[in-house]
Ligand binder design. Sequence first.
Ligand SMILES: Nc1ncnc2c1ncn2[C@@H]1O[C@H](COP(=O)(O)OP(=O)(O)OP(=O)(O)O)[C@@H](O)[C@H]1O
Ligand SMILES: [Mg+2]
Length: 456
Amino acid sequence: MLQTLRAKILFYFLLVSMIGILFVSFFIQWGFEESFKSYLDRNREKKIDRVIVAIEKDFEKNGRFTSDPIIGLHEFALTDQIYFQLYDRFGQLQMDSSSIRGMMNGLGLTEPVQNKDEWHTKTYRLNVDQTRIGKLVAIYPEGLIDDEYTFLQTIQLYIYVAVCLTIILAVLFSMVFSKKLTSGLKRLSYAAHELQLHNLGIRIPLKGLPDEVKQLAISFNNLAESLSKEEMLRKQFTGDLAHELRTPLATLRSQIEAFQDGIWEPTPQRLKQSHDELMRLVRLVNELEKLLAAENPQIKLEKTEMEAGSILADVWEMFLPIFNQRGIRLHFEEPDQEGWFRADKDRLIQILSNILNNALKYTTEGKTVCLSVRTDEEDYVGFQIKDEGAGMDDEDIPHIFERFYRGDKSRDRKTGGIGIGLSIVKALMDAHKGKIQVKSKLKKGTTVTLWFPKEE
Ligand SMILES: Nc1ncnc2c1ncn2[C@@H]1O[C@H](COP(=O)(O)OP(=O)(O)OP(=O)(O)O)[C@@H](O)[C@H]1O
Ligand SMILES: [Mg+2]
């Protein structure tokens, strides 16, 4: 009983409507009856007053009671059921229109409809020039007479019809409103249940929802959206990982089986090939571990104040031997002004190393890689790494930060890339609230600029 919100709303809505309807109809009926009765009373008093004035005037004129005004009294008996008894100052009955009452009674017309027994008697003094000339007794029914009663009953009937119609409308509206009010919540609970059953595509339509529920529905939709995105990423990541593991594992397996079956002699060169594949797997796992650490939302950065020029000079010195070895020039442009900012030094070196490793990997002998500091953005300090290497297709640029994404797969398998370096860079830059700009032209070179906020 009253378990659901809809039933509760319906019940209280109906309760309030019913109480309202009953109060209003009761007061209208009671107020109307009372004022109608007092109107009738006032009307009767006025009529009696007129009778008294007429009798007094007639007495003043003639010095006695004549039949002229008395005839009028009989009229009241017939039309308004007011009966009169006129007494002179000695108490002698001069006229009695209540005798008609007995006659009318026979026709079943005179008795008051309500309170049959209650006839009311009221005595009025008759005076001429302040001397008492007699008294007039008015007899009239306490309740309502025929027409008055019928009139009151018609009004009552209208009130009852109005009450019934209002009750029907209240019930209908309560049902519609309670349904409308709870429909949003019903949609929400249905959607939550569907989400629980792993239907991640479920969304709540916002149309027609009240503001409070709409806010809740928007939050729910956002939650469902991010859950389905997470799910998609998870599936994609698992698929990509399996794919990445399959090739080196298959190569290793076939090589080892060939050694076992005696098809291949395990020469030092062949063993080195197998070892290289194994090392690639080891590197994959290491890189994944680094990525996992970088993408951890609770990543703890140990930020210190540092100067961009000196950091870049250190990195330049660190990478100089390997660039020389490959015959690529590594040029460091001395900055003409200091650029101070806050960052985690180890993570910053990790970011710069990844970018420099790419420049090294994708640049051919004899070309130049140039390092410089940028201070032309107001709130940021930038590191620019510009190479004259292979460059990238415009189509590749938006994807290079995705895990396992490699521009040219066949080339990169040879160069040993696994496509995680830039994913780590992106995750670490996000942790620093920094920005990355990549400009690249195929066969011309690539310029990567890493912007770190000064105040963080
Ligand atoms: N300087 C660059 N010049 C040309 N292409 C680049 C450069 N930097 C990145 N790329 C392209 O972006 C892709 C993704 O780079 P990312 O560093 O994530 O992976 P990777 O270098 O292939 O592998 P690793 O995980 O070993 O770094 C590369 O495969 C390459 O195609
Ligand atoms: Mg790389």
